[in-house]
Design a protein around this ligand. Structure first.
Ligand SMILES: CC(=O)SCCNC(=O)CCNC(=O)[C@H](O)C(C)(C)COP(=O)(O)OP(=O)(O)OC[C@H]1O[C@@H](n2cnc3c(N)ncnc32)[C@H](O)[C@@H]1OP(=O)(O)O
Ligand SMILES: CC(C)C(=O)C(=O)O
Ligand SMILES: [Mg+2]
Length: 518
């Protein structure tokens, strides 16, 4: 028989304790609605005694959310428990009061200033009092992982006797390690006589980056509820990121016995986005499962592997957690396989030789910017293939321009393996470049139109220049050129027009020896 793992989301309580993450009623309700769609078992909606706003949020969520249990936090203080009970009233049978009391020596001595006997009494009284309002009571011995194990064992037995139906073992300051936490949970399972009457839960913080590993170790040891937040937001370094625990249990099921859960994993990414938007806590790109790069591969060797078989570099299907298809962003690290595949997707049917030509330009563009977008690639195809079938190719370009300098350009062109070079001044840098090209190619045209567009996004975007040039043919010739530098894009566009004009007229090619053959 399979064992059910319950997920308890505390994004709206512990998550909200993250500095700057406070949410208003509308924001909390939107998160709660999404948690319901995600299939969360328990939503801790807040700590009702702390403010009118939190009371109202718990009360509203208890009324509006129908499929999840709704929890409210309370200290071992009558007023806290009464506030939680009142706020949770609309949830009826689905209401859970979550009581906590610190049990480590450090907390008992310096924070609560209470002896062990008083702590045992307060814990038992708190749980019994909560039981007068609801059946479902969870108890957390705060700082459990730093609590003397014999005392922790006694506390757990006491609160279960008092009626706690879930006993949550928090690693409040993210101090424990997987082996140690496994031993703590096993110890409780084996040494608390009435442990069978309660679900063991764990609540791990991430101060040492071990929250997921510790939660998984606890599941292996027999914990059946995992508490955490979406995106891992929470006090200090945050709570365990539930999406990571959920997907680890699903992906490595064999490691954890026959466990099941109620989560609709396809809602994970949407939930992450909503939590990020509502809390204002952005998700880092490389974060597991929900980061923008979690299923993106940019290096050629990985892209080649993925194109042959996705599993070569992915342990999960991105669609299983709500992303679209795997992404293969093109960067300078990409190889031919990925570039060729993207060219085909974009509808460019090219020969191997043409792909090689495009690939060479692609690498150059990749060196000058972070991403080579689809538009960049199409612009490269237009530009480099026209160049490869035309007569003239741009070799180099230098120009001087400025408010006190006469715009001057020196252009180097290639034709059939020979190098040509000439210079010109002009009304502006583009004009000087065009004039230098005309001097080399001996083709004079009249510029009828000139436009420049950002062919891709970002400040390192490829500029695409389009020119309309009248060479005295029946209609003006259109030329296009792309580069991260607009003057270079202009030179490429003008040359593209020159080559088209030459092809169109089928003119004899100019023998341009006095234009500066090198
Ligand atoms: C590990 C966790 O995440 S615990 C939850 C943390 N969350 C919060 O603190 C929520 C926001 N908190 C608040 O708004 C306030 O701290 C309140 C309303 C809870 C309490 O405010 P105040 O009464 O002004 O107390 P203050 O915050 O200064 O100190 C906490 C008091 O609670 C006591 N206390 C702490 N935990 C418990 C507990 N589990 N049971 C009983 N008393 C407790 C402390 O000993 C201290 O008591 P004292 O005032 O008699 O010294
Ligand atoms: C209230 C408890 C469960 C808590 O958040 C913690 O100990 O980290
Ligand atoms: Mg916590």
């Amino acid at each position: 028989m399979s064992d059910q793992i319950y997920f308890f989301d505390t994004t709206l309580r512990d998550g909200e304790q993250c500095p700057g993450a406070s949410m208003n009623l509308r924001e909390k309700l939107e998160v709660a609605r999404q948690m319901e769609r995600l299939g969360m078992d328990v939503i801790e909606a807040g700590f009702p005694c702390i403010s009118d706003g939190d009371f109202e949020a718990v009360h509203t969520i208890a009324r509006e959310i129908k499929k999840c249990r709704i929890a409210g936090l309370a200290r071992c203080v009558k007023a806290d428990i009464e506030a939680a009970a009142k706020a949770l009233e609309p949830a009826g049978e689905r209401a859970r009061i979550h009581i906590f009391l610190a049990t480590s020596k450090l907390h008992m001595q310096f924070k609560l200033k209470k002896a062990e006997s008083e702590i045992l009494r307060m814990a038992a009284e708190g749980v019994s009092y909560a039981k007068q309002f609801v059946q479902d009571v969870e108890f957390s011995p705060e700082d459990a992982s730093r609590t003397d194990l014999d005392f922790l064992t006694k506390v757990v037995e006491t609160v279960i006797d008092a009626g706690a139906t879930t006993v949550n073992i928090p690693d409040t300051v993210g101090y424990t390690t997987p082996d140690e936490f496994y031993r703590i949970i096993r110890h409780l399972k084996e040494n608390v006589p009435n442990i069978g009457k309660a679900v063991i839960s764990v609540h791990c913080h991430n101060d040492l980056g071990l929250a997921v590993a510790n939660s998984l170790a606890a599941v292996r040891a027999g914990a059946r509820q995992v508490e955490g937040t979406i995106n891992g937001i929470g006090e200090r370094a945050g709570n365990v990121a539930l999406e990571e625990v959920i997907m680890a249990l699903r992906t490595r099921a064999g490691q954890f016995g026959d466990v099941t859960d109620n989560i609709n994993t396809k809602e994970i990414v949407r939930t992450s986005r909503i939590v990020a938007r509502m809390s204002g806590m952005q998700v880092q790109r490389s974060k597991a499962i929900v980061g923008e790069n979690a299923f993106a591969h940019s290096s050629g060797i990985h892209q080649h592997g993925i194109l042959n078989c996705r599993e070569t570099y992915e342990v999960m299907d991105p669609q299983a957690v709500g992303w679209g298809a795997t992404e293969l962003p093109l960067t300078k690290h990409s190889g031919r396989a990925a570039v060729k595949s993207r060219l085909e997707q974009l509808g460019h049917v090219l020969t191997e030789e043409e792909v090689n030509t495009v690939f060479e330009r692609f690498k150059k563009v990749g060196d000058s910017k972070k991403f080579v977008y689809d538009d960049d690639l199409s612009a490269i195809v237009d530009d480099s293939l026209h160049a490869s079938t035309g007569l003239w190719e741009l070799d180099f370009l230098q120009f001087v321009a400025g408010s006190h300098a006469r715009p001057t350009a020196t252009v180097g062109l290639l034709k059939e393996g020979k190098k040509f070079e000439d210079s010109s001044t002009g009304n502006g840098a583009v004009d000087a470049v065009i004039k230098a090209i005309e001097r080399i190619t001996r083709r004079k045209g009249t510029l009828k139109g000139y436009s420049v567009n950002a062919a891709s996004e970002g400040k390192d975007a490829l500029g695409e220049v389009t020119v309309h040039v009248d060479f005295g043919q029946p209609k003006p010739i259109v030329g296009k050129g792309a580069s991260t530098d607009v003057i270079e894009a202009s030179a490429r566009a003008y040359l593209n027009a020159v080559n088209r004009s030459i092809r169109m007229e089928n003119m004899p090619q100019p023998n341009n020896l006095d234009a500066g053959t090198i």
